[in-house]
Design a protein around this ligand. Structure first.
Ligand code: CU
Length: 472
């Protein structure tokens, strides 16, 4: 193994109810009868050309960044670009994606409760359509704050993130026209607002047999620090040509179910087949993103140790419910908004544009599938595999033979060798347990993938063949 490989191992081991729409006149509904007591008022409305429900000028300061309230607060900049690109689709070919900053989902914003968010959306001059950004973490007038940003311009607004939790942000289309297309073709992401007093410790229900031979409760506590994940669900409705299929959307006929922008984004790939002693044979029923040539689009597994507090930030961006369940596990705690909803539950339901934080500890080494327990969703992409601990003897032997096992042993998970996928990990907060390494993975442009690599994420499609070649 050469020095470059050693280096790589070291790395790896480690509403707009915008003016255009609602600004239109409601005159037709405002009959004379409603105003019969004041003929003059009615005449004035008539002279104006109708009653405007919203008056954009009155909200000129909506989302202003010039507020005395912001003076002593931390201001967090959140720059985004609204841009259409082609991205690969399941089964081959591409689809006409719309993105925030060339990635689906868009970048995750992470702030602390009380921070000021300063969001700037830029739409490049070559872009065919305007875009907007509706951030659910805000409490500002939708008009004109979330309104359309024309190509060649940008728009900034500010707000205080007052309430902790997970919040969707999404394109508001062209003042809500075509909003469905823009969101379902990829313009969505999340903001995580950490509680000002931190995440609380986690209680996990256990039992034990005491000295008298009685079975008793043995509740176990984990600190608020956690290994963190982000999982975002959405539907995709595509024509054969890869364009948006509105007919399918209105009929709720899902083409694919995306997890972080990609159906079946976190399942085994040929690297895992190879390491598990089955080169050329799939070790999992669905391995649709299964070639080194797919680079950042190759599916990757999620690795976690057993006995560690995991915190999963989950958002449902779609218009089908998510019945979140992890096969073989119990969700130790479910938090929505700033309130614990359940402790010790098998499945939790998310409606559209709803979120939750799932806290859990994987108890036994093994393979666990996080699913939307809607069978149509599972088989169209909503299957996400966590591998807890080091449960695969053949891979352990292979890793030993390749001389890379120590990283895995040290971290208690295969991420000590292969890293965890970049796009499944939110930006780190104060209570984040850092992943030992990241690998380059995203439904994103080559430029975004290169930026992940520049941050230290491993390009497994380069590193793994080189490691194997060096060892043989
Ligand atoms: Cu848009």
């Amino acid at each position: 193994m050469n020095k470059r490989m050693n280096f790589m191992f070291t790395i790896a081991a480690i509403a707009v109810m915008g003016g255009a729409l609602f600004g239109s006149s409601f005159t037709s509904q405002m009959t004379g009868a409603a105003f019969s007591t004041d003929v003059n008022a009615l005449q004035k409305i008539h002279d104006m050309g109708g009653l405007e429900l919203v008056m954009p000028a009155a909200f000129a300061e909506g989302g202003s960044c010039d507020s005395a309230e912001y003076a002593d607060r931390t201001v967090v900049e959140f720059p985004l670009t609204g841009v259409s690109i082609d991205l690969p689709r399941l089964g081959g070919g591409t689809f006409s994606a719309m993105t925030f900053s060339e990635q689906i989902p868009g970048p995750t914003l992470r702030v602390t409760q009380g921070d000021v968010v300063k969001m700037t959306l830029t739409v490049p001059s070559g872009e065919a359509t305007p875009h907007g950004n509706d951030m659910h973490a805000s409490q500002v007038s939708a008009v004109p704050t979330f309104g359309a940003v024309q190509p060649g311009t940008s728009k900034t607004y500010c707000y205080i993130a007052e309430v902790p939790g997970v919040y969707k942000y999404h394109c508001s289309g062209v003042n809500i026209a075509a909003m469905d297309q823009h969101v379902l073709q990829g313009m969505y992401g999340i903001a995580i607002v950490d509680p000002i007093d931190g995440y609380s410790k986690l209680a996990v229900e256990k039992t034990q047999v005491n000295a008298n031979g009685d079975v008793t409760r043995d509740r176990q506590f984990h600190s608020g620090d956690a290994l963190e994940w982000q999982i975002q669900y959405n539907q995709m409705y595509l024509t054969d040509a890869g364009t948006y299929d509105a007919t399918a959307m209105f009929a709720h006929q899902t083409t694919y179910t995306a997890v972080n922008g990609q159906p079946f984004s976190y399942v085994p790939n040929e690297i895992h087949n190879l390491l598990n002693g089955h080169p050329g044979t799939n070790i999992f029923v669905a391995q649709p993103w299964n070639s080194m040539d797919l680079h950042q689009y190759q599916s990757q597994l999620l690795f976690t140790p057993t006995g560690v507090h995991n915190r999963i930030f989950i958002e449902n961006h779609g218009n089908e419910p998510v019945f979140f369940h992890i096969v073989g596990e119990i969700l130790d705690r479910v938090t929505q908004g700033s309130r614990v909803q359940s402790a010790g539950t098998e499945t939790w339901l998310l409606g559209g544009s709803q979120n939750m934080i799932v806290d859990l500890v994987f108890d036994e080494p093994g393979i666990y599938a996080g699913v939307n327990h809607d069978y149509a969703a599972i088989y169209t992409g909503a299957a996400t595999i966590w591998v807890a601990g080091l449960p695969l003897p053949v891979i352990n032997e292979t890793a030993t033979a390749l001389g890379v096992v120590q990283g895995a042993v040290d971290t208690g998970m295969y991420a000590g060798v292969l890293g965890n996928p970049y796009d499944a990990i939110p930006p780190y907060g104060e209570q984040s347990i850092h992943h030992p390494a990241k690998n380059v993975h995203c439904m994103c442009s080559d430029a975004v993938a290169a930026a992940q690599a520049a941050e230290g994420a491993v390009e497994l499609w380069v590193a793994v063949p080189a490691i194997i070649a060096a060892a043989s």
